[in-house]
Design a protein around this ligand. Structure first.
Ligand code: GLN
Length: 447
C-alpha cells in the first residue's frame, strides 16, 4: 500500500484510479470485516473513518443498534480539516459499540479479524481502523482513544497509532464516550504519516470548549537525530508476557544504539489506574449516553407511553457491555457512593498525573508496553474483568491527558506483531514524533 505521503503527491487521475483499485481490494477482503461501508466524499486521498466520527450525510452509529438509521447532519471538525487539506473521508470502519471495549467484538456489524491471524482480535475499540491499515486496505485511518483504543489495536495489527494530548484535536462531531478522556488520532503505516495526519487534524477550534487552541505543527521540524533522555519502567513490565518483555529489551538496545540516554524510573502500581479509569469512564459514559432515548436520534422502539418507549428503546438498542457500563456509571455517581467512588477516582487521577510529571522532570519520553500480550484469540477476553485488566498500560496516559504513540517493534515466534508506546509531556508532540521516528528507524520492523 502506498503511504499517505506518497498518496498526497498523486494527480487527480491517479488518485481516482487508486480509489477504484482500493474499492475492489476492500471488496475482495470482505471477510476481514474492517469496513462497514465504502462511501466517499470529495476527490482527495482516501482516509478510513471510525464509525463514531460524523461525516455529513453519512450514517454514524458508533457500532450500535440504537443509532442505526441516524444520518449525520454536519461534519466533525476533523473531517472539515481533512477536506481542507486534500484528503477524503473514504469508508466507515468497524468499532466496539460506543468505543467500549478492547477487541471490536461488541459491534452490531460483527467481529473484525486481525489481518495477521484470522482467529485473533484486531484490538479495540478502533479495530476496524487498525485492521484496514494493517491489511493494506487503507492508506491511513482515524480512530479515537479514550483508554487506549488507538494505540492497542495499532499494536495488535502492526501499525502506528497516536493519541494526541487532551485538547489538541477538536472533539466536535465525535460521539462522546468519556468526554474528559476522548481524543481523535491518526492510525497509519509509519511514523511520518502519523505526523502528517496529526498536523492536519490538530489545532484550534472554537466549537470545542476543551480545545487548547494550539496550532503549532510537527512536520516542519521533524528530526530523528535529536538525542533524548528516555525513561524505562522495569517495575511496570513485570507482569507483561515474554513477547512484550522481549520487544521491550529490543527497543531499549535500539534506542541506546541510536544515541539516546536510557534511565530507569519507577511508575506507581498500575492497578489503581484500572479503578480510577473505569469509574471515571463509566460515570461520564452514563451521562453521555442518556441522550439516546429513541426520541432524538436513530432507532425507536415504540411503547404504550413515553416511559415505555425510553425503556424499550434502550433495552433493545444497547448491547450488554454498554448496559453494564451504564449501570456501573450510575452506581458510582449515586448519592451514597459518589464520594467513595467518583471523588476518590478523581483524586487518584491527580496522583497519576503527578507521578508522570515527576518522571518528566528528568526525561523527555517514557517507553512503555501497550498491552500485556499480543492480540488474543476471539473470546479470550470474554470475561469483562479480564478485558478491563488488559488496559493497564494505556489508560493512565488518558487519565493524565498526555500524548502517546504506539509503533510496531517486532514479531513473536508465531509471526504476530508486538508494539510499544512512547509517552511525552502534554503538548510536546514534537518530541514524541522525533523520538518515535528514531525508534522506528532503529528497530527496522518488517511488516
Ligand atoms: N478498552 C477501554 C475501554 O473499554 C478503552 C476504550 C477506548 O479507548 N475507547 O474503555
Amino acid at each position: 500500500m502506498i503511504t499517505l505521503k506518497e498518496a498526497l503527491a498523486l494527480s487527480k487521475d491517479e488518485l481516482n484510479n487508486f480509489k477504484e483499485e482500493l474499492r475492489s481490494k476492500i471488496e475482495a477482503n470482505k471477510d476481514l470485516n474492517a469496513y462497514i461501508d465504502i462511501n466517499n466524499v470529495g476527490e482527495g486521498v482516501p482516509i478510513a473513518i471510525k464509525d463514531n466520527i460524523q461525516v455529513k450525510d453519512w450514517s454514524v452509529t458508533s457500532g450500535s443498534k440504537i443509532l442505526q438509521g441516524y444520518i449525520a447532519p454536519y461534519n466533525a471538525t476533523v473531517i472539515e480539516k481533512l477536506l481542507d487539506n486534500g484528503l477524503s473521508p473514504f469508508g466507515r470502519v468497524n468499532m466496539d459499540e460506543f468505543a467500549m471495549g478492547s477487541t471490536t467484538e461488541s459491534s452490531i456489524y460483527g467481529k473484525t479479524q486481525n489481518p495477521h491471524a484470522k482467529d485473533r482480535v484486531p484490538g479495540g475499540s478502533s479495530g476496524g481502523s487498525a485492521a484496514a491499515v494493517g491489511a493494506g486496505l487503507a492508506v491511513a485511518a482515524l480512530g479515537s482513544d479514550t483508554g487506549g483504543s488507538i494505540r492497542q489495536p495499532a499494536a495488535f495489527c502492526g501499525i502506528v497509532g497516536m493519541k494526541p494530548t487532551y485538547g489538541r484535536v477538536s472533539r466536535y462531531g465525535l460521539g462522546a464516550y468519556a468526554s474528559s478522556l476522548d481524543q481523535i488520532g491518526p492510525m497509519t503505516q509509519n511514523v511520518e504519516d502519523a505526523a502528517i495526519l496529526y498536523d492536519i487534524i490538530s489545532g484550534s477550534d472554537a466549537k470545542d470548549s476543551t480545545n487548547a487552541g494550539k496550532d503549532d505543527k510537527v512536520v516542519p521540524n521533524l528530526n530523528a537525530n535529536r538525542k533524548l533522555t528516555i525513561a524505562i519502567l522495569p517495575n511496570y513490565i513485570e507482569n507483561a508476557s515474554q513477547d512484550v518483555k522481549d520487544a521491550y529489551a529490543k527497543a531499549i538496545e535500539a534506542l541506546k544504539a541510536a544515541g539516546h540516554t536510557i534511565v530507569e524510573k519507577e511508575m506507581m502500581d498500575a492497578k489503581y489506574d484500572i479503578s480510577a479509569y473505569y469509574i471515571t469512564a463509566t460515570a461520564e459514559a452514563t451521562t453521555n449516553l442518556a441522550r439516546y432515548d429513541g426520541i432524538r436520534y436513530g432507532n425507536r422502539v415504540e411503547g404504550k407511553n413515553l416511559e415505555e418507549t425510553y425503556y424499550k428503546t434502550r433495552s433493545e438498542g444497547f448491547g450488554d457491555e454498554v448496559k453494564r457500563r451504564i449501570l456501573l456509571g450510575n452506581f458510582v455517581l449515586s448519592s451514597g457512593y459518589y464520594e467513595a467512588y467518583y471523588v476518590k477516582a478523581q483524586k487518584t487521577r491527580h496522583i497519576i498525573k503527578d507521578a508522570y510529571a515527576k518522571i518528566f522532570e528528568e526525561v523527555d519520553l517514557i517507553l512503555s508496553p501497550v498491552a500485556p500480550t499480543v492480540a488474543p484469540k476471539f473470546g479470550e477476553l470474554a470475561n469483562p474483568m479480564d478485558m478491563y485488566l488488559s488496559d493497564i498500560y494505556t489508560i493512565s496516559v488518558n487519565l493524565a491527558g498526555l500524548p502517546a504513540l504506539s509503533l510496531p517493534i517486532d514479531k513473536n515466534a508465531a509471526d504476530l506483531p508486538v508494539g510499544l508506546q512512547l509517552i511525552a509531556k502534554a503538548y510536546d508532540e514534537q518530541t514524541l514524533f522525533d523520538g518515535a521516528l528514531s525508534l522506528e528507524k532503529a528497530v527496522a520492523y518488517k511488516a
